[in-house]
Design a protein around this ligand. Structure first.
Ligand SMILES: [Fe+2]
Ligand SMILES: [Fe+2]
Length: 140
């Protein structure tokens, strides 16, 4: 797997979102590397679990940001987050079944999916927040 490109392609222009994406993609990359390097299952399971927990936390943060700004596309965006969490759960199952090749394929699919999500939905959210900076509760 190529190292994620942090040039411009995955930046959305929101400081905390960019930082969280960087960590999220970094964990996917670490997972891929650990499997390829033949690290023991316990180590891989640990990274997988960190990725799962971190992704959940990141999605909660984005969902909250959308709520705070009464983001019009909330539901579709949150539904996509739910789908990704579902993919992570199936990645966990694939890993538990011991299928290394399939696990690497699933990681690649996940990374691609995340790239599309970040460049599409997350970038639109970031632009919306930048243009409508004040949370609804603080608007006059
Ligand atoms: Fe995101
Ligand atoms: Fe998102």
């Amino acid at each position: 797997m190529e190292k994620p490109d942090w040039g411009q392609s995955l930046m959305v222009g929101n400081k905390s979102m960019d930082l969280e994406h960087r960590l999220q993609i970094g964990l996917i990359h670490a997972l891929d590397e650990a499997i390829r390097a033949g690290q023991d299952r316990e180590e891989v399971a640990k990274i997988l679990s960190q990725l799962y927990e971190y992704t959940n936390a990141h999605f909660l943060a984005e969902n909250l940001l959308m709520r705070l700004h009464a983001y019009p596309d909330y539901q579709a965006h949150a539904d996509e987050h739910d789908r990704l969490v579902g993919s992570l759960e199936s990645l966990r199952r694939t890993f538990d079944s011991g299928e290394t090749g399939l696990t690497l394929d699933s990681i690649e699919a996940l990374r691609n999916w995340l790239g599309v999500h970040i460049q599409g939905m997350d970038r639109r959210l970031s632009s919306y927040v930048a243009e409508n900076g004040i949370p609804v509760s603080r608007r006059a």
